[in-house]
Design a protein around this ligand. Structure first.
Ligand code: 5GP
Length: 205
């Protein structure tokens, strides 16, 4: 059976990865979502096992020690990581899976799964990104400046990705990602191994 696609949606903090992902969830029900583990405390309305697997630092460190995570990163004082088993089982079953993760973790995944599809979500402009980071709430000017300089650094990692999708309109961005998924399924490389197996089988017969 052909394996599913491993799709990584990443990009700088504040670009709207979560929002685009939730729109995709509604538009494309056959796409499987990876639920991350985190040491961050649940926000209001977040449910364990649906939004995240909420873990203590000890539990998270145990997952790292057991090699149970495909990737992990520390982000603003908390750990975030992708449980490995679920991703591998989903791909083996032929289904596509999407990981919505920050950039350091995405690069770790790329080392292990170079055949994955790496999509970088881009803000329409740096001004717009600053507005989104500022609009989130109560951070003071220093924190906003720090987040902006981190975001600019994160933007420079775009060169490691396969696709750049501008998040000007959430629906349009989600539609572009769906188009990428369709195109990736049409790649000839994905059929070559299958055809070779068929040829070998017919030579033996
Ligand atoms: P939040 O705390 O807002 O839910 O997420 C903070 C950041 O962590 C976001 O950029 C989100 O994409 C990222 N993130 C969520 N899950 C994972 C994960 O499993 N691995 C990594 N590396 N980043 C994650």
């Amino acid at each position: 059976m052909t394996k599913g696609l491993l799709i990584v949606l990443s990009g700088p903090s504040g670009v709207g990865k979560g929002t685009v992902c939730s729109v995709l969830r509604h538009k494309q029900s056959d796409l499987v979502y990876s639920v991350s583990a985190t040491t961050r405390k649940p926000r209001q309305g977040e449910i364990d096992g649906i939004n995240y697997f909420f873990k203590s630092r000890e539990q998270f460190q145990d997952m790292i020690a057991r090699d149970a995570l495909l990737e992990y990163a520390e982000y603003v004082g908390n750990y975030y990581g992708t449980p490995r088993d679920f991703v591998e089982r989903t791909l083996e079953s032929g289904k596509d899976i999407i990981l919505e993760i920050e950039v350091k973790g995405a690069l770790m995944v790329k080392e292990k799964f170079p055949e994955g599809v790496f999509i970088f979500l881009v803000p329409p402009s740096l001004d717009e990104l600053k507005q989104r980071i500022t609009g989130r709430g109560t951070e003071n000017a220093d924190v906003i400046d720090h987040r902006m300089s981190v975001a600019v650094e994160e933007m420079s990692l775009i060169r490691y990705y396969d696709y750049a999708v501008v998040n000007d309109q959430v629906d349009t961005a989600a539609h572009r990602i769906q188009s990428i998924i369709v195109a990736e399924h049409c790649r000839k490389d994905r059929f070559i191994a299958e055809i070779q197996t068929m040829q070998e089988a017919s030579e033996k017969a």
